[in-house]
Design a protein around this ligand. Structure first.
Ligand SMILES: [Zn+2]
Length: 1024
């Protein structure tokens, strides 16, 4: 046979483009439009119903950036359309390739009830099927002029904030019609799409490819190009044979589930997400009514809560769809949080609040973690997920790795404590699937676990305001259920997929440790004030819960203190929302980060008020000064008393100590200060005329901490323009361009002992100013660097370097409930790709017998490496990442004032680092109160265990809940010491539900002995 394959394919393409698709709507009539432009922020439909509208014509510009226009569309269904399927078709002037991230609308009826969303790839609104003919149509279209922030690529744009976006209209209203959907033509187009896409993926040597080609050719032969509607049934009949051929026995199975990835804020503010979810969820519930087999997996409890509050009608439809088994709450988290930076307790609360919401509202116990899009995943997840009763984990983001291909798609993921969770990366490499032929074929080709496993998951649907799944996707799925040459496509729930996948592949390979994303490494640093807000809020929440629980228990007999359940619940959820994977990582527009900073300031005010009330209830009123220690370790520190005088105190863990007996410092422990040095008998710090540390001597260990000839706390300024994704990425080449900021404007001794000594160093560079106070206090090895940075650099990356005289093979970095080790060398491509990493409160570098810790109170990013010196020694350099200045999507990111601290702790073990991390982030609190203070509410013995949270139980029973963990990576035997009578002890899951395991004993003295495995997290419920 002559090979005319290309000729037939081109014939098909033209017929599809020019004749078949345009014939999908058999007839159209325009609707009449009128407009009301909302003067400010969005309003509810009730307000739009009574507004004054003025005439509007298609072809007219509309929509200043971020503005809302309500369009009223009216008309009548022509009598001759009786019996047909009639829809409205609306094109707001959609532009570009993105299915979301631009103009969108929610269409309401004249009672203000939402009908359906309208988006670039989902433009219809059902009117009648079958139509009677003559019915009046009256629609209210709430159209949002959201700008496409990345339309020009990663270039600075003022569009990312209402305050800077200007008032020029963005869109031209293109179409508002009533139309008849010709179902035969529509189905014919879908038949052709599915077959031609499948054909294109088959090899030229495959007979099936040619069978499909000839069937399509015969179909074109019988299609009358002047009467598509009339000839479509005959043309479809020619395709029935090839569409009915069953899949190969060994065909891969794709478990498809509808989804709409909606970022809780990103290139739009939170208020727009509230509307995006309503639009998309209205689409989904409409689709669920039309397609009983359709299932939709929906994560992020926060988005449900928004819809419940703002669109109760849509929410009721969601609950109905859930009852019908079509709407599936998944993920069990409050938002799809960043996978690295949330603190331990915050990650627990993401899961607790997410799971509980879905349980309370939908009766659904979420089985798995759903995080397709976060930027890497902490090795704490497997244990936390298991402790919340979850059994699977889903992401696909690691497919974005710049360097290394991850070896598995289905595997057991093992966390730092050894917990394992069954994990899947959809091999289609997307969470916005469309079920097109190329996507399905890629999934099969790409799937790494063929031979061991026969199935994969594919979430399909347009995200971010694109409207979610479409009816076309469901029609594709129907045709692809069992089709020769294609993977089988089944619509199932993720739970069903994971059960089947685990059953057939129980011996799946194991990946141990963090899932590091070899991309988006700048998300550990970008938008530093947002990150500082998160860190400080997390620690204020810890304090608020601790002191409120202490006050509630200790003043119970005196009728004292109402634990502020509702207030803490509200504040936790605010902080959890801001851990969303484009807010905390710093990858959102200016509007989002401006609001985040304001929210964190309010959260601080509100939590300080909670703490003040609790402390007053705990200590009573009075003038006596007290010091409160919210950290889980006893600590000796220097504090300023209410009169500003420095005093040394020893404060018990979770307790208070009176400050009225000034400690005198023995000469041997006093801080002595010279022109170029600070010395407290434990550590001696020397600095040069530019304020750079030239020596840090550990006097107890008798060794120098800094590598010879280097400077400690050296600020280094890099040029930092990544190849793509400015706020997200720092590319390896940034390291090649660096300026050491060695020059100081002034170096001034500002504290001269005996309790503290400090030198203030001021540097200016570019248009910026860095002011650092380097402080040493009596009795402590900690060298604090308190920083105020007035930052006006852009496309720069500021680091603080500590070159240490250490032969360290690896660093330890704190993560949630433990730490991870990462090598300091770059032997493999995997090691080399981790050139920028993160830690929570501390980083530790050490060699046998000696270590050094760096503590942070606001920042997360760092890098570590090592070099061999001419003298044969090894320099291990740890550099803290302080601030960047990306210009997209927020052109003014990070500009302005930053206040943060970090601290060098010589001679530190991991236990010292753990204690130091808590202490540095939970400054001692000086207050005034009555004459006595109660005992610490609850403590745990030993360095191997840390208490992460103390609170009253969420069920409001008054029970005390303590979350603790083994923090050194070994075994620990501890004893929990409650300062109140305990009626019973129970180990619970993260949701404070009893675990079906042996209850720990309650000893006669009221203490609770506990044994913990390495990095084990325990939640202990103490009944009062
Ligand atoms: Zn996302």
């Amino acid at each position: 046979m002559h090979d005319d394959r290309r000729l037939v394919e081109e014939r098909l393409e033209r017929a599809l483009r020019e004749r078949i698709r345009p014939a999908t709507y058999a007839a159209t009539v325009p609707l009449q439009l009128a407009v009301w432009r909302v003067p400010g922020e969005p309003v509810p439909a009730t307000e739009a119903l009574t507004a004054g509208y003025e005439p509007f014509a298609t072809g007219t510009r509309w929509g200043a950036p971020w503005s809302t226009s309500w369009f009223r569309a009216t008309g009548a269904v022509p009598a001759e359309w009786a019996g047909r399927r009639v829809e409205a078709v609306i094109d707001l002037g959609f532009v570009g390739d993105w299915p979301g991230n631009q103009a969108e609308a929610l269409v309401h009826d004249l009672d203000g009830r939402p009908i359906k969303g309208v988006a670039p790839r989902n433009q219809y609104v059902p009117i009648a099927n079958p139509a009677r003919g003559g019915e009046q149509v009256d629609l209210l279209i709430e159209a949002a002029a959201n700008p496409d922030i990345l339309a020009g690529g990663f270039v600075p744009t003022p569009l990312g904030d209402r305050l800077t976006a200007g008032d020029q209209p963005l869109y031209t209203f293109t179409r508002a019609d009533l139309a008849v959907l010709d179902e035969e033509v529509w189905h014919f187009g879908l038949d052709v799409d599915v077959l031609s896409e499948l054909m294109a993926e088959l090899s030229e040597g495959d007979p099936r490819r040619h069978e499909i080609l000839r069937a399509l050719e015969r179909s074109l032969d019988v299609l009358d190009l002047t009467d598509i509607s009339g000839s479509a049934p005959a043309a479809r009949a020619e395709l029935a044979g090839v569409l009915s051929r069953p899949a190969h026995a060994s065909a891969h199975t794709i478990h498809a589930v509808g989804h709409a990835h909606i970022d809780s804020a990103w290139l739009w503010p939170q208020r727009e997400t509230i509307r995006k979810t309503a639009r998309t969820f209205a689409n989904v519930t409409a689709l669920a009514a039309d397609y009983p087999q359709f299932m939709f997996a929906c994560s992020q409890a926060q988005q449900y809560a928004w819809v419940k509050e703002h669109q109760p009608e849509v929410y009721r439809r969601m609950q109905d769809a859930a009852k019908a088994g079509q709407w599936l709450p998944v993920g069990g988290q409050w938002v799809e949080a960043d996978g690295n930076l949330p603190g331990g307790e915050a990650l627990v609360r993401q899961i607790v609040h997410g799971k509980r919401f879905f349980l309370d509202e939908f009766g659904t116990e979420c089985q798995g973690v759903w995080l397709p899009d976060s930027f890497g995943y902490t090795a704490a997840y497997p244990q936390l997920a298991r402790l919340a009763g979850m059994r699977w984990f889903l992401t696909q983001k690691i497919s974005w790795n710049q360097t290394n291909r991850f070896p598995h798609h289905t595997f057991w993921w093992e966390g730092i404590d050894g917990s394992r969770i069954f994990t899947h990366f959809p091999p289609a490499d997307t969470y916005n699937g469309t079920l097109e032929g190329s996507e399905l074929a890629h999934a099969v080709r790409n799937f790494s676990d063929k031979g061991g496993s026969t199935r994969s998951l594919l979430p399909f649907g347009h995200g971010d305001g694109g409207g979610g799944p479409t009816r076309e996707m469901l029609e594709r799925a129907r045709r692809l259920r069992d089709l020769e040459g294609s993977p089988r496509v089944e619509i199932t729930s993720p739970d069903v997929f994971f059960t089947a996948a685990q059953e057939e592949y129980a011996d799946a390979p194991v990946w141990s440790g963090e899932l590091y994303l070899e991309l988006h490494r700048a998300t550990f640093t970008s938008q530093a004030r947002t990150k500082a807000g998160n860190r400080r809020s997390e620690h204020l929440l810890r304090e608020a819960e601790l002191w409120a629980a202490s006050a509630a228990v200790h003043s119970a007999s005196s009728g004292g203190f109402d634990y502020p359940y509702d207030e803490l619940d509200r504040l936790w959820k605010l902080v959890l929302l801001h851990q969303f994977h484009d807010i905390l990582p710093g990858s959102s527009i200016a509007w989002v980060h401006r609001e985040a900073e304001a929210t964190y300031a309010q959260v601080k005010t509100d939590l300080e008020a909670v703490i003040a009330r609790a402390v007053r209830a705990l200590l009573g009123d009075g003038p006596r000064p007290w010091v409160l220690n919210a950290a889980p370790r006893d600590r000796a520190e220097v504090v300023a008393d209410p009169d500003g005088r420095a005093t040394q105190v020893v404060a018990p863990a979770h307790g208070a100590v009176a400050l009225d007996v000034p400690e005198t410092v023995p000469d041997s422990a006093a801080v002595r200060v010279g022109d170029t040095w600070l010395d407290n008998g434990l550590v001696r710090v020397e600095f040069d005329g530019d304020g750079l540390l030239t020596s840090v001597r550990d006097l107890h260990a008798g060794r120098e901490v800094l590598a010879p000839g280097t400077f400690g706390n050296l600020p280094q300024l890099h040029t930092d323009l990544p190849n793509h994704w400015d706020a997200w990425d720092v590319d390896r080449h940034y390291r090649r361009l660096v300026t050491d900021l060695t020059d100081a404007d002034s170096v001034t001794v500002v504290e001269t002992g005996p309790l503290s000594g400090a030198v203030r160093v001021e540097r200016s560079f570019g248009r910026s100013r860095l002011t650092q106070t380097v402080r040493l206090t009596a009795g402590s090895r900690r060298i604090d660097v308190l920083t105020e940075l007035d930052w006006h650099e852009q496309e720069r990356f500021l680091k603080a370097a500590f070159p240490l005289d250490l032969h360290a093979d690896r660093t330890a970095a704190e993560i949630q409930f433990g730490h991870v080790h990462r090598p300091t060398h770059t032997n493999t491509s995997w090691d080399a790709a981790r050139f920028e990493v993160y830690a929570h409160r501390w980083i530790h570098a050490g060699e046998p017998g000696y270590g050094v810790a760096l503590l942070t109170d606001s920042t997360y990013g760092f890098d570590a490496g090592r070099a061999t010196r001419d003298d044969g020694g090894t320099t291990t350099t740890v550099r803290l990442s302080l601030v960047r200045g990306p210009r997209s999507p927020d052109p003014e990111a990070d500009q302005g004032t930053h206040r943060f601290g970090y601290s060098l702790l010589p001679g530190a073990t991991i236990a010292d680092a753990v204690a130091g991390g808590y202490a540095f982030n939970l400054p001692l609190r000086v207050v005034t109160g009555g004459t006595s203070a109660p005992e610490p509410l609850v403590t745990a013995d030993g360095d191997g265990v840390a208490i992460e949270a103390v609170k009253l139980a969420d069920d409001r029973s008054g029970d005390v809940v303590v979350r603790l963990y083994e923090c050194l990576g070994g075994r620990a035997a501890t004893r929990l010491r409650p300062a109140f009578p305990v009626r019973g002890v129970q180990l619970t899951d993260l949701l404070e539900r009893p675990l079906e395991i042996q209850e720990p004993p309650l000893d006669p003295d009221g203490t609770v002995p506990l044994d913990l495995r390495p990095f084990q997290v325990l939640t202990v419920r103490l009944a009062r």
